[in-house]
Design a protein around this ligand. Sequence first.
Ligand code: NAP
Length: 463
Amino acid sequence: MNLPPNFAIEIVYLIATALFVLSLMWLSAPPTARRGVLAGEIGMFLAIGGTLLERGIVDYHWIVIGLVLGAIIGVPLGMVRMTAVPQQTALSHAFGACCVMLVGTAEFYLRAPNISKFTMAVLAMEVILGALTFTGSLMAAGKLQEILPQRPITYKGQNFVNLGLLAVAIAVGVALVLHPEHRSLFPFILGIPLIFGVMMIVPISGADMPTVISLLNSYAGLSAAAMGFVLNSKLLIVAGALDGSSGFILSVIMSKAMNRSFSNVLFGAFGQVQTSVAGAIEARTVRSATAEEAAGILAAASKVVIIPGYGMAVAQAQHKVRELYDALTKKGVDVSFGIHPVAGRMPGHMNVLLAEADIPYDRLLEMEDINSELPQTDVALIIGANDVTNPAARTDTTSPIYGMPILDVDKARTVMVIKRGMSPGFAGIDNPLYYLDKTLMLFGDAKAFVGDIVREISGGTHH
Ligand code: NAP
């Protein structure tokens, strides 16, 4: 039997493709997520391995240099703290998109003007999406890492300028499809989207950043799929399409969680009004309590809902939270966790941390499910969360987070909030929850304070 020359490679690619699909499927549920990561890793290993076996490769020199450089950059990038994952993700998109853009450029100059209309169309799409994702992701990473100014920058006619730029780039792309011999036009479909990527991110900040990151993820995937058409690689088409659609679905989920429409995210300049709102707050009083008092109330409760947030991640308090869960459960208290879809700084942030501390998955309830239980809850214990519990989102039409679905903790009989002081959270706004009569502020670092409460509760059993 005569097999085609690249038969083995095609089989390797097919297995890699299947592994990517399985990986995404497994990643969507906590119990199988680890398997999903492994499947993705093996899939990527096979994809790279298969590519290295391609007969078209005449010299491995540059490839080896690329692999070594990639490893030198990639390994430390994989070891960042979990709170820095959003900017790390943005950087990975930037690298991927840069690669797509460079390959597209090389392919154009190798092939043009002998290039079919279809190939030129996907190549133009590849380069435009790759270039705008490259600079857009770099900007997003810079903003999230606080290297670039956080506040959105807006000016009159901004959307007009931005969309105008994109329209020009697309028009040049169309011209190249019709006349690929005009090679001098190519730099425009490279340069204009590079500028557009920067301009696109300039007006965006605040809580919209994560949505934009997953949207950029989607663009990076689409550009890779377009590259798959140019290079005639089924593996790239499938992997890019998976990446593109999952990124898009994630941005839809996140927009919904924050009650923001896409156009609002992209053109709304979220976060502008924050300073003026913060300035309007007059000095109001809060009630604070000690760990001993908190422990007494918690141990006497029959139903406690714990709401973790970004502060729990910063303090790395998840293991202490697990101890608290154990101590309360031992006392017969019913303890569950209310997980807001955008608590922390990345989707699934809280789930990952609580899973790391081996808190049973079935105790983690999503916002919709826990909200119906909160009115019957004795104590809502908030650990380092802020924005996701802010009732202003329900009532204050002038609030920048107005309309964002929140955890209705103010409906619980007693509210306790562990945080270090009165600083606002990510959205930079005050939280009226703290001034309610039923609210007790527990000031301190999340890890230390939860540890103190656990000690009080457990100590109590011996006396
Ligand atoms: P948050 O609103 O940012 O509030 C976190 C609170 O934690 C702060 O008010 C801070 O108050 C406290 N804190 C910080 N370090 C602490 C420590 N060591 N111990 C105790 N408390 C500590 O957090 P969130 O309620 O989780 O809301 C998430 C926000 O991030 C939302 O606005 C969301 O839109 C946005 N966001 C989400 C994602 C995502 O995908 N999940 C991504 C990016 C942005 P003190 O300084 O007073 O302690």
